[in-house]
Design a protein around this ligand. Structure first.
Ligand SMILES: Cc1cc2nc3c(=O)[nH]c(=O)nc-3n(C[C@H](O)[C@H](O)[C@H](O)COP(=O)(O)OP(=O)(O)OC[C@H]3O[C@@H](n4cnc5c(N)ncnc54)[C@H](O)[C@@H]3O)c2cc1C
Length: 432
């Protein structure tokens, strides 16, 4: 079926299934077929990161009779979360790496391959290495793709010279190495994108930790943030620490002054803003706009760059029997974070188990907490709780660190963040 036709078909079916889910209809043939010798229900998950690995763990933990297959190309997951700690010199790259042994041990069938395409009519996922896998319910948590076309002159090749480091691993190592190699007196430029994008506070945490590095190791150097926005999360808290600790090392220039970085000239190591200003630098960290990873569009789940979902289950609004979570999903004001993805995963796992086995359906409650490290033993945090509105995920409560907070509170925040990292990766990878 041609892509366009498939999209229209999916939209049609999606409307039908969405209507079914909201009216409480949703238990499939598997619930009624229980005990009649029918094949076990099959859940296939694409993407073994914060969302996908967590869904695999939670389905298998609670519903042993469901066959769970996780498709993930990499044998080792390298977390983006805490990669700023690595770039700033606070953590090793090795500490960000996790394997899938725990998930395999509890019975998840982990296939290290790339999902090339999805046929929602036949309910199959085709693999790069060849062969199709059929599903009863499909979960997509493929994360983001970098939108290279959004910045003129930027490409996968140029990203080796001007790394985005917005996908962890080699890109983060590249950026860290460039900082280590830079002469004292060098200029670092970070370009921050417009909303929405992966981890809203992360460009500012990164800038702060790079400033910390410059202050201690390259004190004649400076970092400039060319932002596409004129406001950013936890702004007052970041500005407080920049003024107090990094005054000579960080300058943030808001989008209303220049319009954001729209072009790069790699062989000159320069960036050009919308209003035509050109800036040359020694290290350039381009964080471009992003979109749901391409497999989501292949499945027909995207509307624009992201995937609309039902707020009570993260079922796709466009394609039946597909759930989309994590960064790829449009979750209203719930940030694109590992913390959000892990929380969404528990609701997705519950919704799928309810549909396939008749397991009790719990009312959806989501939450996220995000910490930003500012210097040694000094972290801030913010977070919120959410519930399902009729059309959108809706925020219920929220909290944020205070300015002028006691050092002991900030040190405790840092401790909490380390504990959170161990807990979330333990949960994602069933480390038991
Ligand atoms: C610098 C930085 C710092 C961050 N810090 C934090 C933080 O402190 N706290 C926090 O909560 N969040 C943080 N985040 C955000 C967090 O990393 C993401 O929000 C989270 O990883 C999203 O989970 P996901 O499952 O959507 O995507 P991912 O975790 O990226 O997982 C997607 C997986 O899908 C796989 N995949 C993609 N396409 C396919 C395909 N076709 N077939 C098979 N597999 C596929 C990929 O290989 C990948 O493993 C940070 C992000 C960055 C960039």
């Amino acid at each position: 079926m041609a892509d366009l036709d498939r999209r229209s078909f999916n939209r049609l079916l999606g409307t039908v299934v969405a209507a079914g889910l909201t009216s409480g209809v949703g238990i499939t043939q598997f619930a009624s077929a229980k005990g009649k010798g029918k094949a076990r229900a099959r859940v296939v998950i694409v993407g073994g990161g914060a969302g996908g690995a967590s869904v695999a763990h939670h389905i298998k933990k609670n519903s042993k009779k469901i066959d769970v297959t996780l498709i993930e190309p990499s044998a080792t997951y390298t977390s983006c979360f805490f990669s700023n700690h690595f770039i700033g010199g606070f953590r090793s790259m090795n500490s960000l790496r996790h394997n899938y042994d725990g998930l395999k041990k509890i019975g998840v069938n982990v296939i290290h391959d790339f999902a090339n395409d999805i046929d929602p009519e036949k309910k199959t996922v085709s693999l790069k290495a060849g062969g199709d896998i059929s599903y009863d319910k499909l979960v997509l948590s493929p994360g983001i793709d970098i939108n290279y076309e959004a910045v003129e002159g930027y490409s996968e090749d140029v990203a080796k010279i001007m790394p985005h480091a917005w996908v962890a691993g080699a890109q983060a190592e590249n950026l860290r190495q460039q900082l280590l190699d830079m002469k004292d007196g060098g200029i670092v430029v970070i370009s921050a994108p417009g909303n929405p994008y992966r981890c809203p506070s992360a460009p500012y945490e990164r800038a702060t930790l790079i400033a910390h590095y410059l202050k201690h190791y390259k004190p004649a150097s400076k970092l400039i943030i060319l932002d596409s926005k004129s406001l950013f999360p936890q702004m007052e808290l970041f500005e407080e620490v920049w003024n107090a600790e990094y005054k000579d090392y960080v300058e943030w220039i808001p989008g209303d002054k220049h319009g954001g970085v729209v072009k790069v000239i790699a062989n000159e190591m320069s960036v050009v803003t919308r209003n035509g200003d050109k800036m040359k630098a020694d290290v350039v960290n381009i964080i471009p706009p992003q979109r749901a990873s391409v497999i989501a569009a292949r499945a027909g789940c995207t509307d624009g760059d992201w995937c609309p979902i039902m707020p009570d289950s993260f079922a796709s609004k466009l394609v039946p029997d597909i759930f989309v979570l994590g960064d790829a999903a449009t979750a209203n004001n719930m940030p694109k974070s590992a913390s959000s993805a892990n929380s969404q995963a528990q609701i997705v796992a519950n919704a799928i188990a309810a549909q396939l086995t008749g397991r009790k359906l719990f009312p959806p409650r989501y939450r996220d907490t995000s910490w930003s490290l500012l210097s040694t033993n000094n972290a801030i945090k913010s977070g919120a709780s959410y519930t399902a509105g009729k059309e959108l995920v809706e925020q219920r409560t929220s909290f944020i660190s205070d300015v002028k907070e006691d050092k002991r509170v900030r040190a405790n925040n840092f401790k909490e963040s380390l504990k959170w990292y161990d807990e979330i990766t333990g949960d994602m990878f069933a480390k038991g």
